[in-house]
Write a protein that binds this ligand. Sequence first.
Ligand code: PLP
Length: 429
Amino acid sequence: MKSLEEVGSEGNHWLGEYQDVHMHVFGKPLRVLDHGKGAHVWDVDGNEYLDFLGGIAVNSLGYAHPKWVAAVAEQAGKMAHISNYFASEAQISLARMLIDKAGAPEGSHVYFGNSGAEGNEAALKLAKLYGRTLPGATPHLGGKDARIIALTHGFHGRTLGALSATWKPAIREPFAPLVPNIEFAESGDIEAMREAFRRTGQGKYGKGPVAAVIMELIQGEAGVRAMNPEYVQGVRALCDEYGALLIFDEVQTGIGRTGAWFAFQREDLSGGVIPDAVTFAKGVAGGFPMGGLIAFGESLSALFTPGSHGSTFAGNPLAAAAGVATLTAIEDEHLIDNAEERGAQLRDALSNSGNPLFVSARGRGLLDAVELSHPCAHAAVDWALERGLIVNAVAPDALRFAPPLVVSSQDIETGVGILSGMPDDLKDD
Ligand SMILES: *Cc1c(COP(=O)(O)O)cnc(C)c1O
């Protein structure tokens, strides 16, 4: 693997052009990439990188997986887009597979969108319709609008609805006022959740009923922070007691990433809790934009009727074919087992690296983080990149790892080998 001191000349040329023509919402890109293979990717100057980020948990099959490439090419050669006046085999197969993999009950239905935010927009709209069916939730009859509860440190996307349920004040507050009746309860604190539910009531100070709780089982953007399963059980019990929906945002954790098809299928995350709806996106189509929602059971699914929701691209055949190829390869190549094993290997190796910079490793499957002894994550990313390894600064004091599910044992050794040599006096963010 070639080491690299700085971006090469070809890369520099393109990065200058990038800055000229793109709105500056992402900061300057680290490199200009050209092509990849498996868990490895090359930039326009020919430098190779081992990718422990996988397009932020998106590239489930890595780069240019032959079966994915063949499926997308074949679908492109037949038809790419058809509108929702028509259906395709690929979208029907993918919906069926997702319901099966989620173990969702008879009568469950899928809505397809194009991103994680859109999956959550669909879930929030469904929750609003559900909220109107609750006693005391009809303002024109003297009731009060239903509420949705999200968690502190949670992330659900950047569109206005999803942003309303996203906690981080710095990215949410500049766009206030947002969707009303979305509240935050302290993540992991069951008493805080109970309090939020108890505010429902008659009279001047009582609030409307709770339509739904939306939460992640591992808060990815917050630094890969897993929920305590007892807390999740407690939230489920409150939702049952008050008739609220429990929605799991599995945009980052879903589709094999955490060593199960969905994170809620892991006892050590969910405590066995079954949600009423699950959103998915990132890894589902192996790099093709797609996201959506699985509503569990017939009665919840039936709240969406023609006109309730939609998108021109929803269920697009090309995205759906990419999704079918992705789920099929995950199954055929036992990539969920690989996620579990490679994740354990990664966390163990980091914990035993002897590098004083690494305080502790956490995560499940191949959604992991290492906590740093001081807030130097950005310098750590640059340092690793110059040595041919892509990692992510998910917090000032944490690096996130979400390699492709196809990552090999050798790749993990190589990556940890690089990380082990990271100096512990890097510059703070
Ligand atoms: C990435 C992410 C989203 C947003 O997905 P986009 O495709 O960027 O809109 C929502 N929820 C979670 C948990 C995520 O990790």
